[in-house]
Design a protein around this ligand. Structure first.
Ligand code: IMP
Length: 461
């Protein structure tokens, strides 16, 4: 039976090029649904020569697909309407539906994100968040004091929710963090009336444009009609709140389980479909935390970086960062760089049950004499094939590297036209090693940023 859903999951630390793969398979898709995260994500889509940078609107919406933000997402309506308005000014008419059950990022969430990071930075413990209020919003969701998209449509409910939660947040700022709300940059972020006015207006717009849906019911009906649905994860497995390197994580589940809970489709529906793990041919990381295959040499003041082998292979790291354009889409921060990490990928493959993988950015490594991968780890004298469960253990892991002969720079557009066989031999050897270690076929291989620069070996729909 042909797949009705294809789920796209980041297998590493985010920024694997998921958007490009969503785009690649997008022609056969009727609806693209995001299942977690918010405007911490960033994707760049090139469509008809125009570049679009988006953080909330699903990339498929640019190509006339219906884009859904599932209940597992956290939605900042300011960002959402900014993006929609910008797309409309550029002549597009994106069709975006928002789950009534999705939680709303309110102004104080961003402020609290900043305050907590600042406090943690005093002891070098900051996570290096994107500052978008993601963690505080999911906290309120789990704490049963959040505001949901559906609440914006009902003024009485919205006011009641705000009157409960806002005074609590004021008290946290004043009594826990010992700060004066009125001296913050944005004191209105803690003002019930100001929030009510602004967010009620967002609610009216949601209503007027008929944008809110019961996501699970909507997506099930779409599938029942025989349409194809793509479930698009943001971020990646190693920053998953459950399966990542806690506490250096985002506050949601980018792994495939999140595709069910974050949309309202059942695990059976997700599992009957394809689950494609997106793998970058090397590693990058923004924010703090260990990285056993790190090359070193990040510029700037990435928190937690100092202790991670600074400088050792700085030149190589800088080279890969520049070749790959490894700077954050949302924050512009330079990304830390490392070799591919197989214990990480074995963990990701198990957690999400990848039926296929897509390997991106293979061209970035071209021209190097030697390409390495972390094949296994050694932890306390023992060899490990997969990641340990605690970040403290992971930090103590030493990577055992495997070395590959490099491959030459070629005309990648030609290589993509020529298909898999046209790839340089050593590049194929690298791909086949990854496939064999993960026991998972590579459905697609990205050799450049454009849509035509991806070798497609399997159409999942
Ligand atoms: P938050 O999601 O803003 O709370 O940030 C938590 C952690 O996830 C930080 O280390 C961020 O750098 C990381 N993170 C969040 N979104 C992305 C992303 O889209 N790509 C890569 N890292 C991300």
């Amino acid at each position: 039976m042909r797949a009705m859903t294809v789920t796209i999951v980041g297998s590493q630390l985010g920024d694997e090029g998921k958007g490009g793969i969503v785009d690649l398979y997008g022609d056969d898709v009727d609806v693209v649904a995001r299942y977690q995260g918010g405007d911490n994500a960033g994707h760049t889509v090139v469509h008809e020569g125009e570049e679009y940078k988006l953080s909330l609107v699903p990339s498929g919406a640019i190509r006339g697909k219906v884009g859904v933000l599932g209940n597992g997402c956290v939605v900042n309506p300011r960002t959402l309407f900014d993006e929609i308005d910008t797309l409309q000014e550029r002549g597009l008419d994106p069709d975006v539906r928002i789950a009534e059950r999705a939680h709303v990022i309110l102004p104080f969430h961003r402020v609290l994100d900043g305050i907590e990071e600042e406090l943690k930075s005093e002891t070098d413990d900051e996570v290096g968040t994107t500052g978008r209020g993601i963690g505080p919003t999911y906290e309120d969701k789990a704490g049963r004091r959040g505001v949901r998209v559906g609440d914006l449509l009902d003024p009485d409910v919205l006011r009641e929710r705000l009157e409960y939660v806002v005074p609590q947040k004021r008290a946290v700022v004043e009594d826990v963090y010992d700060l004066d709300v009125d001296e913050l940059d944005d004191p209105d972020a803690f003002d019930v009336d100001a929030i009510f006015e602004e967010f009620r207006e967002f609610g009216r717009r949601f209503e007027a444009e008929d944008m809110t849906v019961n996501a699970g019911a909507f997506l099930s009906a779409t599938i029942d009609e025989g349409q194809n649905v793509m479930l698009e994860g943001a971020q990646g497995t190693i920053i998953d709140i459950d399966h990542g390197n806690y506490p250096y994580v985002t506050s949601s589940n980018p792994t495939a389980g999140g595709a069910a809970t974050g949309t309202g489709l059942s695990p059976g529906v997700v599992g009957d479909g394809e689950v494609i793990g997106i793998v970058k041919a090397y590693l990058t990381r923004v924010g703090s935390g260990p990285l056993p295959t790190e090359l070193g040499g990040v510029v700037g003041d990435t928190p937690g970086y100092d202790e991670q082998g600074e400088g050792e292979n700085e030149e190589l790291a800088n080279y890969i960062r520049e070749e790959g354009g490894e700077y954050g889409t949302v924050t512009g921060r330079p990304r830390r760089v490392g070799w591919l990490d197989l214990p990480m990928l074995r963990h990701s493959t198990r957690v999400s049950g990848f039926t296929g993988i897509a390997i991106n950015h293979l061209d970035v490594l071209a021209g190097l004499d030697e390409v390495k991968v972390g094949h296994t780890y050694t932890l306390d004298g023992e060899e490990l094939a997969s990641m340990p469960a605690t970040t403290e253990q992971w930090k103590r892991c030493e990577a055992n590297f495997k070395s590959f002969d490099g491959w030459p720079e070629v005309d990648w557009a030609d290589a993509a036209d020529g298909g898999y066989d046209a790839l340089p031999e050593n590049a194929k050897g690298y791909v086949e090693y990854i496939e064999s270690e993960l026991d998972t076929p590579a459905y697609a291989i990205g050799v450049g940023p454009g849509r035509g620069e991806t070798i497609v070996r399997e159409q999942p729909f």
